[in-house]
Every structure is written in structure tokens, then in C-alpha cells.
Design a protein around this ligand. Structure first.
Ligand code: CAA
Ligand code: NAD
Length: 310
């Protein structure tokens, strides 16, 4: 009896130790999502390294984090701007940037990948990271549409692999989808749930299916809106007004597509179409393809379906 108690205690404490251990977080990809995830991780007391392919991109990434932190501070410390400044410098002090992913994962408890939505590129990245990161490091992907297992097989740590799917803008959106694959260990899954909580997010679980919960519903909705415009049924502005005022959505589907990035929406749709060629909701969209080919990728470049401030 006392021995089995000891065994239970030991296995509980080793699981608790792993949960407590997520302190150093490496984010690969400092774009729209990576910057947001990094911001929230640093705000919630984690040490964060952001990795991207060039110093110039990392400079933009840091600038976007600082801009967002200023918006947060303006609200949170409305009465005391000095405290707001201290808050920002405290958070920024926990953030660093790197172009060398190999170096950046050497001390990581958790790696979250937020690079381009392309299976081959994600697999190539993770197979390299697998060689560089310590054994304890948990790997996660923020993929919008690719099953986690298809990415995880590029590593030798399936038990320490999972999905953490955040929503844009990460500092504002409360949800985090936490995905486990059959091989994900209970320790890893519990550590990811605890990390989500530490990030201030509400977690939901879903099987490792394309798009998990939110995107499986949201992306077909956005694409149906695009098809409506392709047919000439209504203008983007009228569709957006209708969905905001008639359905209570905070943004219309075209505003949201601009916000997410037209390139990301295209990658998601093309990936699903390749997998399920007969599914009418995943049919490629000529209008979306045309905008992406013209470089109209949405708010991040200043123009998508609408012109916007960058
Ligand atoms: N950083 C910090 N604070 C922010 C912020 C950001 N990026 N965005 C908004 N805020 C805060 C600020 O305090 C802001 O006030 P200020 O403008 O004075 O700074 C306040 O929120 C209000 O913001 P806005 O006036 O810009 O607009 P809003 O009230 O409509 O809120 C929103 C903005 C939260 C983005 C809201 O429009 C919304 O919820 N939109 C829908 C977003 C959504 O559906 N996201 C999911 C996309 S799908 C996805 O992410 C998954 C995928 O895989 C593709
Ligand atoms: P983004 O284009 O804004 O940023 C991607 C970043 O990754 C870029 O800065 C790019 O330079 C960098 N990158 C590409 N390959 C790299 C590599 N090998 N190493 C390091 N950095 C690399 O894209 P995003 O919108 O932030 O999306 C990133 C991921 O998050 C995608 O998988 C996407 O599907 C997912 N996602 C996007 C949203 C959204 O609303 N945009 C929401 C949730 C999840």
C-alpha cells in the first residue's frame, strides 16, 4: 500500500514537474500569429525567443508586438501611464529574437511553430529541430488546417508532440484548441493544458482532424461568402454589413479574410481540396486565387478585399 502510494506520488510529481517546467518558449515564425503568441507568452511571465528567417522580419515582428502592447497598456493602465511603460518594458525584457532556429531551441521547454501553412516546409523544419532540441522539449504546431500527426511524423518525439491552435489577434482571442495525437503522452497533454491556462486562454480539445473545431466551420463560411461575391449575388461590403448586423459577428467574412491573410486562407483551402477533391466546400476560389496572385494578401500588406492600414 505504502509502496503503491509512493509510486503514485512519484508519477504525479514527475507529471507536475513537467507542467511546472514550461518556462522557456521558442516560437518559430514571427509573423501575424508568432508575434501574437510570443507577446502573450512573455506577458504571462515566460521567457520567449522568436525565430524568423531574417533580421528585418524580426524587427517588424518586435515592432508589431510593441504596438500591440501599447494598446493593451493604454487600457490596462489608463490611470497610470508610468505603470503602463513599466509593464511594456517588463514584457519586452522577456522577449528575444534569433535567426538561428538550431540555437533558439537548445534551452526550450516548449517550441511552437507558426510558419507558413505548408506541410513539407513544416516537416522539414521539425526534422531539424528534433536534432537540435533537448529530449524534454515539447513540440507544437499552430497549424490552421493540417492534421498534427502528419507534421509530427517528421520527428522522433511523437509522445512530446501536440497542437496548440491560437486565434488572431492572439492577445484578444480567449480560445486555444489543444490537440493530442494518439501517441501524445498524458504528461505532454497535461503540460499543454496547463500552459494554455498559464497563457490565460480557455482550452478546448478536439480530435486531430483538418481544421479542428473553429476552422472546420469558419473557413467554409468565409469561402461561401467569397463564392457569393463570385456569383455576383452581393458586394463584399454588403455581405460584411449583413453578417455583422444580421448575425452579430464582430467582423464580416471579407474583413475577417483580410485579417487572417488571403494567402493563409488559400493554403488552407488548397490543402483541403487536395485531400478531399470532391468536397464542394473546399473547391478552390478563382477570386481568392486572383487576389493572392496580385499580392493582395490582406491587412498585413495593406490590401486584400479592402484597402487597409498596414
Ligand atoms: N492587440 C492589442 N489590443 C487589441 C488588438 C491587438 N491586436 N486588437 C484589438 N485590441 C483591443 C484594443 O484595446 C482596442 O482598442 P484601441 O483600438 O483603442 O487600441 C480594442 O481591442 C477594440 O479594438 P477595435 O476597435 O479594433 O475593434 P473591435 O472592438 O472589433 O475588436 C477584434 C477587435 C477583437 C479583432 C474583433 O473585431 C474580433 O473579435 N474579430 C473577429 C476575430 C476572429 O474571428 N478571429 C479568428 C480568426 S480565425 C483564426 O485565427 C484561426 C485560423 O487558423 C485562421
Ligand atoms: P505569416 O505569413 O504572417 O507569418 C509566417 C512567418 O513565418 C513569416 O514571418 C515567415 O518569414 C516565417 N517563416 C517561414 N518559414 C520559416 C522557417 N522555415 N523558419 C522560420 N520562420 C519561417 O503567417 P501567420 O498568419 O502568422 O500563420 C502562421 C501559421 O499559423 C500558419 O500555419 C497558419 O495557418 C497558422 N494560423 C494563422 C492564423 C491567422 O489568422 N493568420 C490563425 C491561426 C493559425
Amino acid at each position: 500500500m505504502s509502496q503503491s502510494f509512493r509510486v503514485l506520488t512519484r508519477s504525479f510529481s514527475s507529471s507536475a514537474a513537467r507542467q511546472a517546467a514550461i518556462k522557456n518558449v521558442t516560437i518559430i515564425g514571427g509573423g501575424l500569429m508568432g508575434a501574437g503568441i510570443a507577446q502573450v507568452a512573455a506577458t504571462t511571465g515566460h521567457n520567449v525567443v522568436i525565430v524568423d528567417t531574417s533580421e528585418d522580419i524580426l524587427k517588424k515582428s518586435k515592432a508589431s508586438i510593441e504596438k500591440s502592447l501599447q494598446r493593451v497598456a493604454k487600457k490596462k493602465f489608463a490611470e497610470n501611464p508610468k505603470d503602463g511603460e513599466a509593464f511594456i518594458s517588463d514584457v519586452v525584457g522577456r522577449l528575444s529574437v534569433q535567426t538561428d532556429a538550431w540555437e533558439a531551441v537548445k534551452n526550450a521547454d516548449l517550441v511552437t511553430e507558426a510558419i507558413v501553412e505548408n506541410l513539407d516546409i513544416k516537416k522539414q523544419l521539425f526534422s531539424q529541430l528534433d536534432k537540435a532540441a533537448p529530449e524534454k522539449t515539447i513540440f507544437t504546431s499552430n497549424t490552421s488546417s493540417i492534421p498534427i500527426k502528419e507534421i509530427a511524423v517528421s520527428t522522433s518525439r511523437l509522445d512530446r508532440f501536440g497542437g496548440l491552435h491560437y486565434f488572431n489577434p492572439v492577445p484578444m482571442m480567449k480560445l486555444l484548441e489543444v490537440i493530442r495525437i494518439p501517441e501524445t503522452s498524458d504528461d505532454t497533454f497535461n503540460a499543454l493544458l496547463a500552459f494554455g491556462k498559464a497563457m490565460g486562454k480557455v482550452t478546448v480539445n478536439c480530435k486531430d482532424t483538418p481544421g479542428f473545431i473553429v476552422n472546420r466551420l469558419l473557413v467554409p463560411y468565409m469561402m461561401e461568402a467569397v463564392r457569393m461575391v463570385e456569383r455576383g449575388d452581393a458586394t463584399p461590403r454588403d455581405v460584411d454589413t449583413a453578417m455583422k448586423l444580421g448575425a452579430g459577428y464582430p467582423m464580416g467574412p471579407f474583413e475577417l479574410t483580410d485579417y487572417v491573410g488571403l494567402d493563409t486562407c488559400k493554403f488552407i483551402l488548397d490543402g483541403w481540396h487536395a485531400k478531399y477533391p470532391d468536397h464542394p466546400l473546399f473547391e478552390p476560389s478563382p477570386l481568392l486565387n486572383k487576389y493572392v496572385a496580385e499580392g493582395k494578401l490582406g491587412n498585413k500588406v495593406g490590401e486584400g478585399f479592402y484597402k487597409s492600414k498596414k
